[in-house]
Ligand binder design. Structure first.
Ligand code: HEC
Length: 298
C-alpha cells in the first residue's frame, strides 16, 4: 500500500520536473544551450550575479539609471543605441526616469527631420518619439573615426554575444543541467561585463598586439580595436561621487541587457503565471484521473 503511494508521489514529482524543465528550456532557448558549461574557457568569463537572473529576476531601477549615465557619458561617444526610444527611458520595467527629465534630455539632441515645405531637410530638437541619436551619421564615418573598426550598435549586444567555450556542452553535463534548470540566459551580459574589465596593459609573454589594437582577455582573438572605455584608476563617478570600474561595467551591462530585453520583467511574470497554471492543472488532472479510474476493477 505505502509502496503504491510512494510510486504515485514519485510519478507526480517526475511530471512536475518534466513540466518545469520543459519551461526552462523554452525560456533559456539558445542561450542556455550555447552557454552549456565549458569551465576551460569560462574562467575568463566568470558568472556575475545579475538582479534579473533566474525565475524571479527583476531589473534594479537605480542600476539601470546609473548604467544609462555610463552609456551616455562614455560609450555614446562611439556606440549608437538605435533601437531605444527616448520614451522607453521613462517606461515601467526600465530605468523609469521621470518623463519630464527624459523630455529635457531628448531636447539636448539634434535630430534630422524633413523634408519641409521647401523640400529641405532640417534639424530640430529631439522628442520622446525619437530614437537615441547615434554618434556617427553612417558606418563609414564611424569606421574612419575608429581606425577602420566599426563600433557596433549596442541595442541588442547582450543578445548578440554569449560566453564562448571550446568544450562541447555534453562534456560538462552538470554545468549544462544547471544552466537548463536555472534557465541561464545571462551569457551575453557576463560576456559584456568581462569584456569591459578584462583589458590588460601588458599582454602575456609571447603575445604581440598589432598597432592600434588593445589586449583584451575576453574578446575572441584577444585583440580589440576599442580602447579601454573604462579605467581602473579613473572610473566614471556617479552623482554621489562613488564609482569603480567594476561598478561602471556592471551598471552599463545591466542597462544594455534591459535595452535588449525591455519586456523581460513582463515575460518573467507571465512565465511564473504559466508555471502556477501548469501546477494547478497537474493536480486537477491527477484528481480527475483518480476519479475516473476509481470504479474500474483491478
Ligand atoms: C573610442 C570609441 C569607443 C568607446 C568610447 C567605446 N567603444 Fe566599444 N567599441 C569600439 C570599437 C571601435 C569596437 C569594435 C572593436 C573591434 O571590432 O575590434 C567596439 C566594440 C564594442 C563591443 C563589441 C565587442 C564584440 O564582442 O564584438 C562592445 C560590447 C562594446 N564595444 C561596448 C562598449 C561599452 C559598454 C562602452 C562604454 C563603457 C564602449 N564600448 C565604449 C569603440 C568604442
Amino acid at each position: 500500500m505505502s509502496n503504491r503511494i510512494a510510486k504515485r508521489i514519485l510519478g507526480g514529482l517526475m511530471l512536475t520536473i518534466v513540466a518545469f524543465s520543459g519551461a526552462g528550456v523554452g525560456a533559456g532557448t539558445g542561450a542556455a544551450l550555447a552557454a552549456g558549461g565549458g569551465d576551460a574557457a569560462m574562467h575568463e568569463t566568470a558568472r556575475q550575479h545579475w538582479s534579473w537572473g533566474g525565475m524571479f529576476g527583476r531589473f534594479d531601477k537605480a542600476q539601470l539609471q546609473r548604467g544609462f549615465q555610463v552609456y551616455k557619458e562614455v560609450c555614446s561617444a562611439c556606440h549608437g543605441l538605435k533601437r531605444v526610444y527616448f520614451r522607453n527611458l521613462a517606461e515601467p520595467g526600465g530605468p523609469g526616469f521621470p518623463i519630464e527629465r527624459v523630455k529635457a534630455l531628448a531636447k539636448t539632441y539634434e535630430v534630422d527631420d524633413g523634408p519641409n515645405d521647401e523640400g529641405d531637410m532640417f534639424k530640430r530638437p529631439g522628442l520622446l518619439s525619437d530614437t537615441i541619436v547615434p554618434p556617427f551619421p553612417n558606418d563609414n564615418a564611424a569606421r574612419s573615426a575608429n581606425g577602420g573598426a566599426l563600433p557596433p550598435d549596442l541595442s541588442l549586444i547582450t543578445r548578440a554575444r554569449d560566453v564562448h567555450t571550446d568544450v562541447p556542452f555534453y562534456m560538462v553535463p552538470w554545468n549544462f543541467l544547471r544552466n537548463v534548470l536555472t534557465g541561464y540566459q545571462e551569457g551575453g551580459a557576463d560576456y559584456t561585463y568581462a569584456l569591459l574589465v578584462q583589458y590588460h596593459e601588458t599582454p602575456p609573454k609571447g603575445v604581440t598586439v598589432a598597432e592600434g589594437m588593445y589586449y583584451n582577455a575576453t574578446f575572441p582573438g584577444n585583440q580589440i580595436a576599442m580602447p579601454p572605455p573604462l579605467s581602473k584608476e579613473d572610473p566614471f563617478k556617479y552623482q554621489d561621487g562613488s564609482g569603480t570600474i567594476e561598478k561602471n561595467a556592471a551598471d552599463v551591462t545591466a542597462f544594455l541587457a534591459w535595452a535588449a530585453n525591455p519586456e523581460l520583467e513582463q515575460r518573467k511574470k507571465m512565465g511564473l503565471m504559466v508555471m502556477i497554471y501548469m501546477l494547478i492543472m497537474t493536480i486537477l488532472l491527477y484528481l480527475a484521473k483518480r476519479r475516473i479510474w476509481a470504479k474500474v476493477e483491478h
